[in-house]
Each structure stands twice: as C-alpha cells, then as structure tokens.
Ligand binder design. Structure first.
Ligand code: NAD
Length: 263
C-alpha cells in the first residue's frame, strides 16, 4: 500500500521507547522526516541514531517533559525550526500512575492532568495554525482501552484519557474542512516497559510472581498474546497516510479484542 507521505514532517513525543519509538520508526520508513521527544537524553539520542541509520530520513531529537508548558513551547519551536513544519503531531507520553480514588493525592491528579490531558491540548493548539495554513494535518493521540472501559484501579488514566477522547472529537468537526484529521488510538496488551511496570507493581502488592501475572494477563486477551509496539504503529501510520484521509474523530482500540464494548 502506498502511503504517499514521504514529503511530510512529524513531531512525535514519548518516542524514546515503546509505542512512540515504533511509531517514529514506522513513519520514518515511509520517508517522513521526524523530530522525537522524551525526557532521557541517552535513550532518545540512541533511538534517533537507530532510526536515522535504518531509514535515511532526517531525524532530530529534543529532550523535554510534555507535562511542562515551557518544555512544550521549546519542543514545538525546535521541531518547526529543524523540520520547517509539523504536518503530523503524535501525542504520546508515559501513562499516569495506577491506584484507586482514595490512594491518590491532589498532586497525583495535577500531574496526571498535566501529562496526559493538558500536554495534548497545549501541543495541538500550537500545531493547528500551521496545519490550517497548509490545509493538511494529522493529529493522533495515544490513549488507552480504559478511555472506553474504565477501571477503578486506573482512575487517573481513565479520567484523563476520556478527556482527551472528548477533546479530539470536539476538534474533529472544526478541522475536517481544513484537511486536518484528529483521532485517538487506544492500545491494550502491548508488551512494553509501561505494561511490565504496572504488572511489577501488582506483583509486589499482591505477592504474585511477575511471570504468573504476565501469563494470566495474556490469557484474557482474545488474541491470546501480547502485541508488539509495531502492531500499534502500523495502524497509526495508516491514519497518517493519504489512505487515512477520510478517518477523523475516531477512538479505535488496537487491543487484540480486549475491550468488550461494541463502540
Ligand atoms: P513506554 O513506557 O514504553 O514509553 C513511554 C515513552 O514516553 C518513553 O519514551 C518515555 O521516555 C516517554 N515519556 C514518559 N513520560 C514523558 C513525559 N512527561 N514527557 C516526555 N516523554 C515522556 O510506554 P508505552 O507502553 O509505549 O505507552 C505509551 C502510552 O500508551 C502510555 O500513555 C501508556 O499509558 C499507554 N498505554 C499503553 C498500554 C500498553 O499495553 N503498553 C495500554 C494502554 C495504554
């Protein structure tokens, strides 16, 4: 399938590892020049080097924390300066901490809202004017299955992801006439450091060996296996491509059948 995005430029946050890295790699393989962002310089620089040497596209990197407004401005200015434009904005970062209502503090709520919801609003606000001028854009945010199927122990994630999903839907009708699509992608069961970290917390608190939890958790996925980050990236690349031009305002879960709702 021809994606026809070789002349495009993408800003991808949370991209030193996991799904963000796989998405950056996937877009670079289609000839998209990229700017990747994460907090850890060493991992980020090494990811950038890997992608550049494999694909030959221009790869820029910038350290930054998307929960901080000043970092967001620096990240966006850097991307515009190096790439010349941002056609594709991929919003991603680590997920909020797990826990149910009474285990969470005021600071936990502020941190989750800043990192997961406000970062998306801030970056999108910066990216939209240029996309409108050029009459082309793709804005995609990585959310979670809990946006559709909330869980009591992931209340920070469920609440903020639902906010991102509503924000995305709100924007989509405004931006559709401008050639800009806005979508969320809800992953589930992707074996990354994030998933492993959540299971490690459970393993300690419930005193269950990690391997048992990994096995149990896999069994509840209808596909019967975890996803690799590339399987999420494949769908994101499709959404970014010319082939995905009529898809906007959606919140699709790429989760091996994990979520049980119809919509
Ligand atoms: P990961 O931990 O492998 O990667 C997260 C990336 O984001 C890393 O590059 C990290 O350095 C970066 N990052 C974290 N916080 C940041 C910040 N404040 N500013 C800038 N960069 C930051 O995680 P992943 O599994 O690829 O998850 C990506 C997103 O998908 C997360 O929000 C996660 O909660 C969500 N998610 C994952 C799964 C899964 O099955 N893995 C399921 C549902 C939702």
């Amino acid at each position: 399938m021809k994606t026809d995005i070789a002349n495009r430029c993408a800003l991808i946050t949370g991209a030193s590892k996991g799904m963000g890295k796989a998405i950056a790699h996937g877009l670079a393989r289609e000839g998209v020049d990229i700017c990747i962002v994460a907090r850890n310089e060493e991992t980020l620089a090494s990811t950038a080097k890997d992608i550049e040497s494999e694909t030959g596209v221009r790869v820029f990197w910038k350290t930054g924390d998307v929960s901080k407004p000043s970092d967001i401005r620096d990240i966006f200015n850097f991307a515009c300066e190096k790439l010349g434009k941002v056609d594709i904005l991929l919003n991603n970062a680590g997920g909020p901490k797990p826990g149910n209502l009474l285990s969470l503090s005021e600071d936990d709520w502020s941190a989750a809202i800043d990192q997961t919801l406000r970062s998306v609003i801030r970056l999108t606000t910066l990216a939209v004017p240029g996309m409108m001028e050029r009459k082309w854009g793709r804005i995609i945010t990585i959310t979670s299955t809990v946006a559709k199927e909330p869980s009591a122990t992931m209340v920070l994630s469920a609440t903020t992801r639902a906010g991102v999903t509503a924000f995305t839907k709100s924007l989509s009708s405004d931006l559709a006439p401008q050639g800009i699509t806005v979508n969320t992608v809800g992953p589930g069961g992707v074996l990354t450091d994030r998933l492993r970290g959540l299971l490690e917390i459970r393993s300690k608190s419930e005193d269950i060996p990690l391997d048992n939890l990994l096995h149990e958790n896999q069994k509840i996925i209808p596909m019967g296996r975890y996803a690799s980050p590339d399987e999420i990236a494949d769908y994101v690349v499709f959404l970014c491509s010319e082939r995905g031009r009529y898809i906007t305002g959606t919140a699709l879960c790429v989760d091996g059948g994990l979520t049980k709702g119809v919509f």
